[in-house]
Design a protein around this ligand. Structure first.
Ligand SMILES: C[S@@+](CC[C@H](N)C(=O)[O-])C[C@H]1O[C@@H](n2cnc3c(N)ncnc32)[C@H](O)[C@@H]1O
Length: 227
C-alpha cells in the first residue's frame, strides 16, 4: 500500500469508533486468501447471496464469479449486507469466462478444485490444503461445465447418504467452507493475510462505514497537496 493510501487510512480511522476498529482488526485476523470460492454461472440470486454471506462468515475474503450464461445478482434479504465485506471478482467480458477466471487464479498460485455430487470424487474431508485452493461450484441444474470438469486439478464431493442426487449449491458452499476453514485453522499453514493486504481491505471497509467518506477523503487529499 502506498504512502498516500496509508495516510488516508489513518485519516478515515479518526471517524471510526474504537469498538468498530477492534472488531475490524479481529475479523481481519481470521481472513484468508489461502482458500477462495468460485461460482460458475449461478443464476438464482438467493443462492449467490447465501454464498457471499458464507464467505464473510467463514473469513473467505475473495469470491470469483463467472458469468458465461447468467449474470450474478444479489438478494438483499439473503445477503444481509455481507457483500460489503467480501471482494467479489467478476469474469464477464471474455469469450470463455471460466478460462479467464482459471488463468487468473493459476497465476496467483491456486490449485483449481471443482465440486460435484458424483460419488467417485475425492471427499472434501480428504482435500490437501497445503497449497492455496480455489473451489468451484456449479450452476443450479447442470452443475459445473464440461470445461471445468476437464480443466480442474481435481473433483471434490461432500459425501451424501440420502435419496436426493445433490445438495443445494449454497448449502454445499457452506459445508465446504466449514470443513476446509476448520482444517486450515488447525493446520500449521500460514493462511493469514499480510499486513499490506489487511490495510487495503481495512481502507475499503472504512470507506464503506464512514458516512460521506468520499467527500472527506477528497478534502483530505486536497489539504495534503497544499501542505
Ligand atoms: C444442484 S447441484 C448441480 C447438480 C447437477 N445435476 C450435477 O450433477 O452437478 C449445484 C452445485 O452444488 C454443488 N454440489 C451439490 N451437491 C454436492 C455434493 N454432494 N458435493 C459437492 N458439491 C455439491 C456443486 O457445485 C454443484 O455443481
Amino acid at each position: 500500500m502506498d504512502q498516500t493510501s496509508l495516510k488516508v487510512l489513518d485519516f478515515l480511522s479518526t471517524y471510526v469508533t474504537e469498538h468498530k476498529k477492534g472488531l475490524i482488526d479481529e475479523v481481519l485476523s481470521r481472513r484468508t486468501r489461502h482458500l477462495t470460492f468460485v461460482l460458475e454461472d449461478i443464476y438464482q440470486s438467493q443462492n449467490a447471496s447465501a454464498v457471499v454471506r458464507t464467505c464473510d462468515c467463514f473469513g473467505i475474503q475473495d469470491l470469483h464469479v463467472i458469468e458465461n450464461k447468467h449474470s450474478f445478482e444479489l438478494n438483499p434479504r439473503v445477503v444481509h449486507g455481507a457483500s460489503k465485506w467480501v471482494n467479489v471478482h467478476h469474469y464477464q467480458e471474455a469469450e470463455n469466462n471460466t478460462k479467464a477466471c482459471f488463468d487468473t487464479l493459476r497465476k496467483k498460485g491456486y490449485k483449481i478444485m471443482a465440486t460435484s455430487p458424483d460419488k467417485g470424487c475425492l471427499s472434501v474431508h480428504d482435500v490437501d490444503i497445503s497449497e492455496p485452493i480455489a473451489l468451484v461450484f456449479g450452476t443450479e441444474i447442470t452443475g459445473i461445465s464440461e470445461f471445468t470438469k476437464s480443466q480442474a486439478d481435481g473433483l471434490v464431493t461432500i459425501p451424501m447418504y440420502g435419496f436426493s442426487e445433490s445438495l443445494n449449491i449454497s448449502v454445499s458452499a457452506a459445508i465446504c467452507a466449514n470443513i476446509l476453514i476448520e482444517k486450515l485453522f488447525r493446520s500449521e499453514i500460514n493462511w493469514t493475510l499480510t499486513e499490506d493486504e489487511k490495510n487495503e481491505i481495512k481502507l475499503n471497509w472504512y470507506r464503506t462505514i464512514v458516512s460521506r467518506s468520499e467527500i472527506l477523503e477528497k478534502q483530505f487529499l486536497k489539504s495534503l497537496n497544499h501542505s
